[in-house]
Design a protein around this ligand. Structure first.
Ligand code: TMP
Length: 212
């Protein structure tokens, strides 16, 4: 099963994945955790370039293609082979980040973005996506206050990040089977419980379907 986590800056995706992976392992599942951009050594090199705050000259299209190149490598080298071996893959951001940030945030053409994304993923789609939803200003404050690495996109305006958050809601509304919206303004353990419950339900449904 391919599980992705999306959300604006400071939504706590990585903390939730770090709590979820050992829980799933205790339940007997084999789990791979990974992230975008990155997840492979080539992807990590792309991550360093695309997030470098000194790269102020990077055009929106170059940025989008770099995220997509990282994704193509990630899908081919890690995600598809892991899914084929029956692992649960927990991925911190995936193609929906490109639609939210480069599409709704930067204003690139959504139809073209879907075409590039289709090339990068080869059509692979998440089985379930958790949208960790947080107020934009609260999320940005969490990042700056948490001593986390700042990237080029963190330096964008609040309006940019608001468009990203709104874009996520548009995506989630368009496919309620894929998306689970989680209020990420609550304490970490409460959010974790909700994610565990929803994911276990989905895993059971999938197991029932496979045995029919
Ligand atoms: P994060 O690792 O802290 O989530 O940071 C990743 C940053 O990269 C975040 O600002 C969102 C951005 N991003 C995009 O703009 N497009 C993408 O396709 C991906 C995967 C990430």
């Amino acid at each position: 099963m391919f599980v992705t986590f999306e959300g604006p800056e400071g939504s706590g995706k990585s903390s939730q994945i770090a709590l979820l992976a050992p829980f799933l392992q205790e339940q007997g599942f084999s789990v791979i955790t990974t992230r975008e951009p990155g997840g492979t050594s080539i992807g990590d090199e792309i991550r360093a370039c695309v997030h470098n705050v000194a790269n102020t000259a990077m055009t929106p299209v170059a940025e989008m293609l770099l995220y997509s190149a990282s994704r193509a490598q990630h899908v081919g080298e890690l995600i598809r082979p892991s899914l084929a071996k029956g692992h649960i893959v927990l991925c911190d951001r995936f193609a929906d980040s490109t639609i939210a940030y480069q599409g709704y945030g930067r204003g690139l053409d959504l139809t073209q973005l879907h075409q590039v994304t289709q090339i990068a993923t080869g059509g692979l789609q998440p089985d379930i996506t958790f949208l960790l939803d947080v107020d934009v200003e609260q999320g940005l404050a969490r990042r700056t206050g948490g001593g986390l690495e700042m990237n080029r996109l963190d330096l964008e305006t609040v309006q940019f990040h608001q468009r990203v958050r709104d874009g996520y809601h548009t995506l989630a509304a368009s496919d309620p089977d894929q998306w689970v919206i989680v209020n990420a303004e609550r304490p970490l353990p409460i959010i974790q419980d909700e994610i565990r419950t929803k994911l276990m339900e989905r895993l059971k449904e999938t197991a029932v379907r496979l045995h029919k």
